[in-house]
Write a protein that binds this ligand. Sequence first.
Ligand code: PMP
Length: 356
Amino acid sequence: MKIHNFSAGPCILPQVVFDKMAEACINFNNSGTSILEISHRRKDAVEVIDTARALVKELMNVPESHDVIFMQGGASLQFPIIASNLLKEGGKAAYMQTGKWAENAIKEAKRFGEIDVIASSKDKNYTYIPKDYTIPTDADYFHCTSNNTIFGTQMKQFPNSPVPMVCDMSSDILSRKVDVSKFGVIYAGAQKNMGPAGSTMAIVQRDLLGKTGRNIPDYLNYATHIKNESSFNTWPVIAIYGVMLNLQWLKEQGGVDAIAKINTEKANTMYTEIDRNGLFTGTANVEDRSQMNATFVLNNEELKAEFEALLKQAGVDSLTGHRDVGGYRASMYNALPLESVQVLVEVMKQLEQKFG
Ligand code: PMP
């Protein structure tokens, strides 16, 4: 039976990525060696990471002023890295608090200096994106989260920040067009639209670095990774190979603009049904709804077992909501076909026919 994988991350990737990664585990590029047993400095491995970086630059139209690097430690390690690289000794940074990941970013940044939380939607369990806030001109940077994976909200536009803007794009990177030149740093754990888990991508504006007065450990210093072209230490060759394949797939689909259109169609299909079907309610503020993660609940909890049995029958997998929200979460990342959303919508309709 075909499985429709709505996992929030790690998540569905294109079949061609799985096929080529599997092949490379046995015989990488017909070299007679597995990709798991080769040096990250071997020529054909270096080509992989160079291609991956070049594809990010091309697909996101990254300006010359910015570098693309791959690191490890996930987006969670970027939280302290951002502050250690950009928050000056004795300085302060402004943060927007729109969910659990933003909370974690704030917690880590506080270890390095004064953090001004200039807007928060915690008062309503992060069901909306704050709009009315002012970014202080004396902050070293402004940090926001473009898509709140757990709560199903997404920033539809970015402010014109008077200070460098830093954005955690872990869960909507490459899903829509963004103007990279507006940002000082963009970062993302790979395991959604970039590729498999195991690497983290950062796009860093070079001239922001080296100004904090802080003695930053080498690995945590963006300058180290820029200088070493992401090969400062051993990087996960298989994971970056997956990223490269996934970016090649995206390019073949027509790039970010083309996938954005499909993502909009998927999200519209999903939210139209959530709003039409009397058995369900969306949990996020309508104007802030995420195109990547649609969060919703059953109005009558007594139908839970019935709904979940129908989901199982239809091959719908990993729809359970995060424990902080409950209910359901349909994650519709780039590789999820429209057909999977249509199958889910059909199940919701079936439930309504039986119990509505
Ligand atoms: N930020 C966002 C928006 C996320 O969705 C996640 C993980 N789902 C993280 C940060 C943390 O990422 P990681 O597990 O790579 O540390």
